[in-house]
Design a protein around this ligand. Structure first.
Ligand code: KG4
Ligand code: ZN
Length: 336
């Protein structure tokens, strides 16, 4: 059986075809990066419209790459949330209509489960329970993943305000760097000479190990404003490096605390921010020091794609799960 997966939760229109063993036959991703670039962030209305334009073409290209036809498809999976309402609706309704027309089973997949299935998508065995950190423009979510063959997910920590990628994007804007901010900050940080300003993160009053980056963004803004007011020049590489270092240390320290608390046997880092080399290296170093397996997928599997949805869908369909035809798009869908 082949499964068609569809993903349109944010600004990537993607389709993929996977087989029942979770082998990806083809995946096509149409990125809207250039469309949203002038606005410094994703514009929801524009995203949905572009998904509508691209959806059918992306699916046709996926079939062509996989060298198969609709007759080979035994199930359809689509992201139902979390994500942007209008964007989700395009992919979800396309998938339902396709499954209905083909009279094959349909399943809605939580986008975060897609990200957390990264080890399987890459045929990289991971001992359970493991901790999975989804760090992207929309999420900073830490999960305990356990159970076979279908995983169960427990949300351990979330962001209280800005997602980590959002913080990169906003700070880049403050520094006059282009969108998306993550790669721009990482590049600037490489030029830093080491006399970094110090940023500290607020300690959670209740001692919780959740994430919060809006205070850090404000600290950068205050520094930038002060320098401008005093007529001083902005040392962008130094500020970028200090910001990035603060984030890397915070993510690492909280993740390690959760790992110890839950006796996790491994760690998975995924989402767009996992493209950050400093972050990957810091995690890889600490995990190696503790002799714990660490996995971060190749960058193309860190960012949004339908391969992860097709593989998660194939697993659930094989286990006999189905979604109802009235499954709604849920912008703040929880994963449990
Ligand atoms: O997963 P993704 O492609 O889309 C969302 O689901 O949000 O993640 C995009 C986010 C953006 O905020 C971008 O600035 C960030 O990931 N990002 C990075 C890097 N590359 C992308 N953040 C830090 N360092 C990077 N190298
Ligand atoms: Zn995502």
């Amino acid at each position: 059986m082949l499964v068609l997966g569809i993903e349109t939760s944010c600004d990537e229109t993607s389709a993929a075809i996977a087989d029942e063993q979770g082998q990806v036959r083809a995946v096509v991703v149409a990125s809207q990066l250039q469309l949203h670039q002038p606005y410094g962030g994703v514009v929801p209305e524009l995203a949905s419209r572009q998904h509508s334009r691209d959806m059918a073409r992306v699916v046709a290209e996926t079939f062509s790459q996989a060298q198969c036809t609709w007759d080979d498809i035994g199930g359809v999976a689509a992201t139902y949330g979390p994500g942007l309402m209008g964007a989700l609706l395009v992919g979800l309704n396309y998938a339902k209509a396709a499954a209905l027309a083909r009279q094959c089973p349909f399943i809605g997949i939580n986008h975060l489960e897609g990200h957390l299935i990264a080890p399987e998508l890459n045929h990289h065995p991971m001992p359970k329970p493991f901790i999975g950190l989804v760090a992207s423009g929309g999420h900073t979510s830490l999960y305990l993943v356990q159970g076979e063959p279908l995983a169960r997910y427990e949300l351990l920590a979330n962001t209280r305000d800005d997602a980590v990628g959002e913080a990169f994007d906003k700070v880049a804007k403050l520094l006059g760097l282009p969108y998306p901010g993550g790669p721009a900050i990482e590049k600037a940080a490489r030029q830093a000479r080491g006399t970094l300003p110090r940023f500290s993160l607020p300690r959670m009053k209740d001692g919780s190990l959740e994430f919060s980056y809006s205070g850090l963004k404000t600290a950068v803004r205050t520094l930038v404003d002060r320098k401008k007011k005093n007529g001083e020049s902005l040392d962008i590489p130094e500020i970028a490096a200090a910001f990035q270092k603060t984030i890397v240390e915070d993510l690492l320290q909280k993740t390690m605390a959760h790992m110890e608390r839950h006796h996790a046997r491994g760690m998975v880092l995924t989402g767009g921010v996992a493209a950050n080399q400093a972050l990957r290296e810091a995690f890889a170093r600490v995990m190696a020091g503790r002799n714990l397996p660490f996995f971060s997928p190749p960058i193309k599997w860190c960012t949004d794609n339908a391969a992860m949805i097709a593989v998660a869908g194939a697993k659930r369909l094989m286990a006999g799960q189905r979604s109802e035809w009235d499954l709604e798009a849920v912008p703040n869908a929880k994963l449990a």
